[in-house]
Design a protein around this ligand. Structure first.
Ligand code: NAP
Length: 277
């Protein structure tokens, strides 16, 4: 039986782990703060160290915050010669290229979807890596996702698509927070904004979802604002390398940072709303 080691049981990793176990794969989990891995002990072996989780595993999945976290965790471990590494955290284009140098059995596999899709096994998996590794990783992708988009055989291409998708997600969330704060500033009930776009060409299910949460003051993190700050910086950097004007993404980064400075770093990214006020 395939043994999977999943490192990083945060908002996303915990849900992904549960679905990997549900698919009947043998699972080990590890998290820097052990208390976040402990609730998975009914379906997985909770390892004391990353090295212990990885030892003898066929597939290693990293779902860590950023490149620094991946470096910190992977620098002290040795992957088995036949082990495949699925790198699913959003670390950007340049970092993915650096990490892919560490092993030729590397699959770049960021995901789209937040906490609930992760818990329901409904993520969209974006994948790029050697075609020969597809059969080893597809069972894991099928467990965590509703669909896999194989972008190319080149690690880094899936991360490029991920940044394109997140540039759009951040733009929608920023636009939503901005519209609410603007309506309030003008003395207009922001609920009228959502009523006005409902069902029309400019409507967006995501704007309605995030908008309702903002109006309720519900900022429980599905996608943390700290992660949005990280991603806006990664997108800005990639845009500059791609020759795309990054003025809008820089502005989104600045408003996100303002919201973080006002104490909302650990809230959902929709707390960008607080940066507009
Ligand atoms: P999260 O809940 O903040 O989890 C982050 C994980 O990284 C935790 O396991 C954390 O360990 C670990 N970590 C951070 N710094 C570390 C370090 N220096 N050494 C070891 N471990 C470290 O974040 P998440 O929402 O699950 O996101 C994980 C990744 O997926 C991020 O790259 C994020 O951008 C991406 N992503 C998130 C979403 C979303 O909607 N949430 C969607 C798609 C992709 P501790 O628990 O010990 O802090």
């Amino acid at each position: 039986m395939t043994t999977v080691a999943l490192l990083g049981t945060g908002i996303m990793g915990a849900g992904m782990a549960r679905n990997i176990a549900k698919a009947g794969l043998s699972l080990r989990v590890w998290n820097r703060s052990r208390e976040k891995a402990e609730p998975l002990s009914d379906v997985a072996t909770v390892a004391d160290t990353a090295a212990e989780a990885i030892d003898g595993a066929d597939v290693v999945v990293t779902m860590l915050f950023d490149e620094n976290a991946v470096d910190a965790v992977m620098k002290d471990v040795r992957l088995g010669p036949d082990a495949v590494w699925i790198q699913s955290g959003t670390v950007g284009v340049d970092a993915t290229a650096r990490l892919a140098q560490l092993t030729d059995r590397f699959v770049d596999a960021p995901v789209l979807g937040t906490k609930q899709p992760a818990e329901n096994g409904q993520l969209l998996v974006l994948a790029s890596g050697p075609a020969a590794l597809k059969s080893s990783v597809q069972p894991i992708f099928d467990a965590i996702g509703q669909r896999t988009v194989w972008v190319s055989d080149k690690p880094g291409d899936a991360s490029k698509l991920k940044l394109v998708l997140n540039s759009w997600v951040l733009s929608v969330v920023a636009g939503t927070g901005q519209a609410i704060a603007f309506a309030e500033g003008l003395g207009i009930d922001p609920a009228l904004f959502f009523d006005s776009i409902a069902g029309g060409a400019t409507d967006s299910a995501y704007a309605q979802l995030k908008g309702k949460a903002i109006l309720k003051g519900d900022f429980a993190p599905a996608f943390g604002l700290d992660g949005a700050v990280k991603d806006a910086a990664l997108i800005t950097e990639a845009m500059q390398e791609a020759g795309t004007d990054s003025a809008v993404m820089k502005a989104i980064h600045s408003v996100l940072t303002q919201a973080a400075d006002r104490g909302h770093e650990k809230s959902d990214m929709s707390a960008i709303y607080h940066g507009f006020r």
